[in-house]
Design a protein around this ligand. Structure first.
Ligand code: HQG
Length: 184
């Protein structure tokens, strides 16, 4: 009933306004990143998007990375992770597994082994629970490479970890000493 192209366009626009530039459609977000569903639909329609509640629900439920979530009332929506704007996801710290994975491009390796992993434009460094997901994340940037991160040791040393509602692990930084050599 909806075309893939149309759904992808809607999802990308949702990422833009819920993670990066809500001002594009003058969308108010609260301090935890939530927007009013009714307001979002109205403003996206005004910006030329063919959107109603059914379609928004379809996009949220069928998004391949579960990027968005409704609150319990169903009246608010936010991005689960990936923000560049300064919002507080209000997640509880969690104990990570001993090892998590970070997918990046080979061109970034020398800088990463020099400076550690940094959050760059986003609010957190993103870590994947498995190598497959990390490979996909890395492919977005070029020739992918997967780094293994000693997250258990980081946790013991006091680094704080969060897990977003779509399974991505978030932390502030990864110093070089916790990054296992590539290809190990
Ligand atoms: C790299 C996607 C050089 C880092 C994914 C990455 C994820 C460094 C890039 C989410 C560096 C930042 C986030 C350093 C980090 N030197 N390069 N010191 N430190 N980098 O897009 O982790 O599809 O901000 O390796 O699934 O790739 O948008 O982060 O390559 O969950 O829903 O700097 O975005 O989700 O790139 O991806 P990004 P990411 P969505």
């Amino acid at each position: 009933m909806y075309t893939e192209k149309d759904l992808t366009r809607t999802s990308k626009f949702l990422s833009l306004v819920l993670r990066h530039k809500p001002e594009t459609i003058d969308l108010p977000l609260d301090e935890n990143g939530w927007a009013e569903v009714a307001v979002l639909i109205k403003k996206m329609k005004s910006a030329g998007h063919d959107l109603d509640l059914d379609k928004l629900k379809y996009v949220v439920e069928n998004n391949n990375k579960q990027r968005f979530a409704f609150d319990e009332s169903g009246r608010k929506i936010r991005a689960n992770q990936g923000h560049s704007i300064d919002i507080d996801l209000d997640l509880a710290p969690q104990m990570p597994p001993a090892i998590l994975f970070h997918g990046t491009a080979t061109k970034n390796l020398s800088s990463i082994f020099d400076q550690g992993l940094q959050k760059r434009n986003r609010q957190h460094v993103h870590l994947s629970p498995d190598e497959e997901m990390a490979t996909k994340v890395g492919s977005r940037h070029g020739n992918p490479v997967v780094l293994k991160i000693e997250t258990g040791k980081m946790h013991e040393a006091g680094f704080v970890f969060y897990q977003s509602d779509n399974g991505v692990w978030l932390t502030d930084q990864v110093p070089v000493e916790y990054i296992l050599p590539a290809f190990s």
